[in-house]
Design a protein around this ligand. Sequence first.
Ligand code: ATP
Ligand code: MG
Length: 603
Amino acid sequence: MAQEEYFAEEEFDTEFNGKTVARILQQGLAHWPYFFGYLLSVLGTTLADGYLILLGKRLVDEGILAGDAERLTGLMVQFGLTALAISLGVMGFIFCASRLGERVQYDLRKAMFARLQALSLSYYDRTPVGWLMSRLTSDATRVGELVSWGLLDLVWGVIGIVVFLAYMATINVQMMVIVAAVAPVLVVVAIQFKKRILVEYREVRRTNSKITGAYNENITGVRVVKALRREEANLAEFRELTGTMYRAGYRAAMLSALFLPAVQLISAVGVSAIVMYGGWQFQLGAVTIGGLQAFIFYITFMLMPVQEMARVYAEMQQAIASGERIFSLIDAVPEIEDREGALAPESLRGDIVFEDVGFRYEEEKPVLERFDLRVKQGEKIALVGPTGAGKSTIVNLVCRFYEPTSGRILVNGRDYRDWTLHGIHSRVGVVLQTPHLFSGTIRENVRYGRLEASDEEVERAARMAGAHGFIEALEDGYESQVGEGGVLLSMGQTQLLSLARAILAEPDIFIMDEATSSVDTLTEALIQEAMDAVMAGRTSFIIAHRLSTIRKADRILVIEDGRIVEEGSHGALIGLRGRYFGLYTKQFRDEREGELQWGVAGG
Ligand SMILES: Nc1ncnc2c1ncn2[C@@H]1O[C@H](COP(=O)(O)OP(=O)(O)OP(=O)(O)O)[C@@H](O)[C@H]1O
Ligand SMILES: [Mg+2]
């Protein structure tokens, strides 16, 4: 959480970028009925506001002071109608602005989400999850608000000032000029205030997220903190942070408290100037009492749009920075895309060949170089080797989550980049080391393997995966909710569900990154059976940790430093007394002893 907020606040001070503003405006204009609905209702409301004040002037001058009762009644009726028009106008622009903001947020989120689905894994390698979350949440909100309340408030401010000055000019031009001279001072002062306040609040937020981070680290890592005797140092750091936050909070409160009085003081100066000058004009007969009163009203009415403009201006930079980050995500180009004219493969059955494949996640750090491998249709390959050797990388390439940086991968004699990504992904079944369940029911989770599968097919797959037993034992059976707020499944059960998903998908190529964590012997046996079921007749790549899997493989590849250092069957490799033998004796001895003890080992 702390991290998310932290990312939301970083890289904020970007230049005012006209292109981004134009794009944000474009987002708003896409919903032009609301956009123009807003403009029209604001214009209407402002005109009516000004007219109301003008009516007030006439009420005083022509009705009350002149003692004309009939005129008074007529003007009162007009007054009531204008007030009604104002209410309708206000309703109209609030409605249009909120709709507009929501639509823009929705559009941006939809565009970002669609882009996230299309982007390759390499983008996720480079981009922290927190950063993406902030784009989808706070940034989208901020841009939506800029379009609805922000830019449109700015328009309201400008329209308000222009319209009111025009009304004033109809009463007395010289007095209008005085107001026009004071108004910019007001605008500038208000903007400066709002900007300072915003800076301080940002400091408060930033420090706050650091403090949350510090809490988090100190609470979750309390043992280490104590063991390393970091209490004193951490306390000092913490005091420093809270001090910074306190001071920024204090300054923000001071500035906020000063803001309104300052604005009121300036307008009071403006009002007194008008009253003095107006009093003199009255003596000369250039303005009426009602006219003087109207001027004072106009000035007070102008205060609100001016304040709003200051707020918007101060917040605009932040929203533009948000917009820039959103557009950078929307504009990100997926590194892996379908080639022009790519075909959907009917099947991916056939030999898989790595031909002189080179691959790197980052420049200067090759993981695979001149890697060659031929896997026969239906062959079961086990990949073993030390951590960081490149096992997952090899399977990632088979899945086309990444593409070779040089060389190529052939399936059935054809470069797999001739196929569509969707085609490949739907023919490859993958069970990851840490299988993922989506929130939803067990049935839905299994059905993810093939969306059009019937209930019977889902259950058959679960049976084959050996998951049927534990599912039936759950209170709601297949309808049990999993994930947050649902039943908690063990690692082994989650794996069985993922296997059921893979069985249901009937892939041509099956890939599994076995979990290293041990499961109980019964589940272990179930998993093994399920794996046998899904591997039957299919080309399979298993990153194997279980001895049972390794034994069953047609070929074991020992990977080290991105190279195949040994390959062959279990028996042959043991006979070799090389790397595999070393790994085997070190890593699997305990497991083997366990098996012998339980009498499971075959021979
Ligand atoms: N997403 C990534 N971005 C950058 N480098 C990566 C990425 N994934 C892996 N690497 C690097 O590539 C090399 C091979 O990693 P890989 O994940 O293929 O190893 P592995 O054999 O699967 O290891 P393990 O047994 O720990 O899963 C390592 O040096 C690793 O640091
Ligand atoms: Mg791995």
